[in-house]
Write a new protein. Structure first.
Length: 370
């Protein structure tokens, strides 16, 4: 590789620190520069590693293969990461540095993934973040290609300090974006926090930090909603973060006093669908329950992922109608309306029509047509 080509890749690495969309291209360029098929950057929000990867960025060539690796849960069975971390070498190492040939050939990484996808040799390096994240860069060579030589690894080590700095800068930029979003909501009186799909709180404003009658703050930057039913809905919403089909997740939660409720809204943060260190990231916003006119059908459907018939029933509840009123209005049986009400209560996290009516009353009216 010429010095000009090397410097070009270094420049792109530094750009990726503030433009995360460039990472796949950068990883591909480094892989091809050393004769590898593809390269992956995987991250965990816990250091020491707890066996789970939260963020993944791949070069385009290896994207399909590594998606299968993650989907099949091989990372929890292989010795590759534990041995890489135990070696604690500040540079790239190959499989030959951490495995004997016999160990390599029977490790699940090799048997269930590396060999299956036509690879044979691998190399990797680990970077530890001061803020508690673990970052691993690794790449694969196709079967029939030679193993990574010491010369290859020394060449990759020239990229390593730049990769480490760029990855760590990405964490700072990410944190700044999250804090800005939550503080902007505080200016208009809304408690809010940024939360990763893994459940880790990335940033929070002072308003939500004080809501100890609704939230429990847990070790390792985690939280739980004191209302168990609402907490279960939050976990479901977090699991769907980043999915294009995922609706806005809104649900009610009781305060500790059980005298009134608040409404949580979990929405994906724009531009954060593939957050480098936590996977998908969302904003959790809290609004109080206040008296209001019934919201539109379109708004109810969009917030709670209701069917058209469920949304009509929900609006009837918001207007204070009884089961008989709703059944008569829509020409349906009372039993059908009861079934639809049960579905509405399940999707909104409420226990009865009274609490559902309070929840819908908390939704601000928007100019949406019914």
């Amino acid at each position: 590789m010429t010095d000009i080509a090397f410097e070009h890749i270094i420049d792109r690495i530094h750009e990726a620190a503030t433009v995360p969309e460039l990472w796949p291209e950068v990883l591909e360029a480094i892989a091809h520069a050393v004769g590898a098929y593809g390269m992956v950057m995987i991250t965990s929000d816990t250091d020491p590693w707890a066996g789970v990867w939260n963020g993944v960025v791949t070069s385009p060539s290896i994207s399909e293969a590594f998606s299968a690796f993650m989907r099949e849960g091989i990372s929890s069975r292989t010795e590759t990461t534990p041995r890489l971390l135990a070696l604690d070498h500040p540079g790239f190492v190959s499989e030959q540095d951490v495995f004997s040939l016999e160990e390599w050939e029977r490790d699940p990484y090799r048997v269930e993934w590396n060999k299956k996808w036509g690879f044979e040799h691998a190399c990797a390096t680990a970077v530890h973040s001061p803020s508690g994240e673990l970052i691993v860069f690794h790449m694969e060579r196709l079967a029939g290609r030679p193993a990574f030589s010491r010369q290859d690894l020394d060449f990759l080590d020239r990229f390593r300090p730049h990769l480490a700095r760029a990855a760590l800068l990405s964490t700072r930029w990410r944190l700044a974006r999250m804090r800005a979003a939550t503080e902007a909501l505080a200016l208009v009186g809304l408690p809010a926090l940024a939360i990763a799909g893994s459940g880790r709180v990335v940033a929070a404003n002072a308003l939500i930090e004080g809501m100890t009658d609704v939230l429990r703050w847990l070790p390792k930057d985690r939280l739980a909603i004191r209302d168990g039913a609402a907490d279960a809905l939050l976990r479901t919403g977090l699991a769907q973060l980043g999915s294009p089909e995922a609706p806005v997740c809104s649900f009610a939660a009781r305060r500790a006093s059980d005298q009134d409720r608040v409404v949580f809204h979990l929405v994906s943060m724009p531009g954060e669908a593939r957050d480098l260190f936590n996977g998908a990231v969302g904003l959790l916003i809290v609004t109080p329950v206040t008296a209001s006119q019934a919201p539109s059908l379109a708004l109810i459907r969009g917030l709670f992922d209701l069917t058209p018939s469920e949304a009509r029933v929900a609006r009837g509840i918001a207007q204070g109608q009884t089961i008989g009123d709703i059944a008569a209005h829509h020409g349906l049986s009372r039993e059908t309306i009861r079934t639809q009400i049960k579905a509405v209560l399940a999707k909104t996290g409420t226990r009865n029509q009274k609490s559902a009516a309070a929840l819908f009353g908390a939704i601000p009216r928007l100019p949406l047509n019914d």
